[in-house]
Ligand binder design. Structure first.
Ligand code: UDP
Length: 235
């Protein structure tokens, strides 16, 4: 295994599944679990940040007449709902997990305590970080970068619907170029929108590599963790 401790970022929106007919699609959840289990069985320590976009995004708040900050907290709570769903699904697969949140919710999860999170990882528990960093105006991408640095993960693995970073949106421009490797500087200069700026800068300044890869392709997470060039590496 190339990486021994990873931070996996999963999008909330992807949980809706291909038809977007439900907020949490059991098929997607099942597929996530199989991918994660295959990596865990090889002894890799796994931390996970899952988004909340399938339920609520702070950015939507104002058009609904909801205060922006209030909306951001609603988005953070959405990530806890997704985290609880993922936790339960992972446990059904026989994995040990802990859900730690940036907002105190003692009945459903532990508060985020860095040393404790590291201890959980060392014991082989999959640690899911819910409720973002607990502050409005941030995203779950920023949460992924920050928590990865805090728990000394070796890489942020950003699971998406596409197999890497392209020169333009490949769903709109079929002849867009796919990159296999980029430096942070190149990604910044080409304005490639890999993560929001806060998240991206955190990784760059702390020399934390990011791999963007297709989470929907079977066996891909394992390939990435083994160091195979299955996505785009930004370092
Ligand atoms: N959010 C926040 N602070 C954080 C993390 C998340 O305010 O530290 C809010 C923000 O409003 C965001 C929402 O939670 O829109 C859901 O997360 P995100 O949009 O990143 O989820 P994704 O799009 O990846 O599903």
């Amino acid at each position: 295994m190339k990486y021994k401790r990873i931070l996996l970022k999963l999008s909330g929106e992807a949980l809706q599944g291909p038809n977007k007919s439900t907020n949490i699609d059991p098929g997607v959840l099942e597929q996530y679990c199989e991918e994660i289990k295959a990596v865990r069985e090889r002894g890799v320590e796994i931390a996970i940040v899952i988004g909340g976009g399938n339920i609520f995004r702070g950015g939507q708040a104002e058009q609904l007449g909801i205060d922006r900050v209030q909306g951001d907290y609603m988005g953070m709570l959405a990530t806890v709902i997704n985290g609880m769903a993922l936790q339960s699904a992972l446990e059904r697969h026989g994995l040990y997990t802990r859900l730690m949140a940036g907002i105190k919710m003692e009945q459903v999860c532990e508060p985020f305590i860095r040393r404790r999170a590291i201890r959980h990882l060392e014991k082989g528990r999959i640690v899911i970080f819910g409720a973002g960093i607990g502050n409005p105006y941030f995203t779950t991408d920023s949460t992924a970068s920050l928590r990865a640095i805090e728990v000394q993960a070796q890489v942020v693995l950003k699971g998406t619907r596409v197999d890497g970073v392209y020169s333009a949106d490949p769903e709109k421009y079929p002849d867009a170029e796919r990159y296999t490797r980029l430096t942070f500087q190149e990604a910044y200069e080409k304005n490639l929108n890999i993560m929001d700026m806060t998240a991206f800068t955190l990784c760059m300044e702390n020399n934390l590599p990011i791999i963007v890869f297709d989470m929907n392709k079977k066996g891909n997470l394992l390939r990435v963790v083994e160091g195979e060039p299955a996505g785009t590496l930004i370092s």
